[in-house]
Design a binder for this molecule. Structure first.
Ligand SMILES: Nc1ncnc2c1ncn2[C@@H]1O[C@H](COP(=O)(O)OP(=O)(O)O)[C@@H](O)[C@H]1O
Ligand SMILES: [Mg+2]
Length: 250
């Protein structure tokens, strides 16, 4: 049996009376790239935010590296947050901070005080995303693709075992989207990371995914391999695969 790094069981979440997740069971296998597809508003981002404990289940459990994190307090969560890095939808950089300060943010938040260690880690993270020496730039001076790469550097600066990407391709031209795919695959193959990627970009799905799940109305509607996705006759998935998901470009 494959060894899950993250194990989600019976996860339900709601906001007020709106139920967003309706019982998710999901294993993220160590070392895989799992792609999360779904209808807009289907709960993909909400699901992703439960994995590093940024949201707490209303019902159900989330296990990271064998430990149920759903009941931990903020202090107890800190080591698990370091194991699971997240690249937020839309990059979400702090515009008033330099690139270097943005990338250093998770380290400072987790209590790291050693400035030499911080700047070494920040330099390594910027090297990984092919932006060496860009610490002093301001986010406003960067292209969309570079902002995405800074957001990715911030996600990997704590040397997580697993990286979560929320629509890393949104708004990028095909060539820049390809370069993000190369980075995602490079992290998996050369840095041993486990990846969970939300995207609408079919080219990317077939390039990076080891496994695909499709979320609809807060449930896993479909799960399979990229090969199975290609030939699926599921009427909900077919338009996505054929590149007519009805999703607006961001
Ligand atoms: N913090 C929040 N407060 C209230 N509603 C939220 C919150 N986050 C998400 N939602 C709602 O939950 C639903 C699922 O959102 P989301 O997970 O962002 O969808 P998507 O699959 O497009 O990423 C949406 O209807 C959204 O409006
Ligand atoms: Mg989303």
């Amino acid at each position: 049996m494959a060894d899950p790094f993250i194990r989600v069981r019976g996860l339900e979440q709601k906001f007020g009376s709106q139920v967003v997740l309706r019982g998710i069971d999901l294993d993220v296998i160590r070392g895989e790239t799992l792609v999360l597809l779904g209808t807009s508003g289907g709960g993909k981002s909400v699901l992703l935010k439960h994995l590093p404990g940024l949201m707490r289940p209303w019902k159900g459990t989330v296990e990271v590296d064998g430990v149920d994190i759903s009941a931990l307090n903020e202090r107890q969560l800190a080591p698990y947050r370091r194991k699971v890095g997240i690249m937020f939808q839309g990059s979400a950089l702090f515009d008033s901070m330099t690139v270097g300060e943005n990338v250093a943010f998770p380290l400072r938040e987790s209590g790291e005080k050693d400035e030499a260690a911080i700047s070494k880690r920040v330099g390594e993270a910027l090297d990984i995303v092919h932006l060496p020496g860009q610490e002093d730039k301001m986010p406003a001076d960067l292209s969309g693709g570079m902002r995405k790469r800074v957001a990715l550097a911030r996600a990997v600066v704590g040397r997580p075992a697993c990286v979560l990407y929320d629509e890393p391709h949104a708004g990028l031209d095909p060539i820049t989207a390809d370069s993000i795919d190369h980075l995602i695959k490079d992290l998996q193959v050369h840095h041993g990371m486990t990846n969970v990627v939300i995207t609408h970009e079919m080219r990317s799905v077939f390039r990076i995914a080891d496994r695909v799940i499709f979320l609809k109305d807060g449930r896993i509607h479909w799960a399979g391999s990229p090969e199975e996705l290609k030939v699926t006759r599921d009427p909900v998935l077919r338009p996505f695969v054929d590149g007519d998901s009805g999703e607006p470009w961001e």
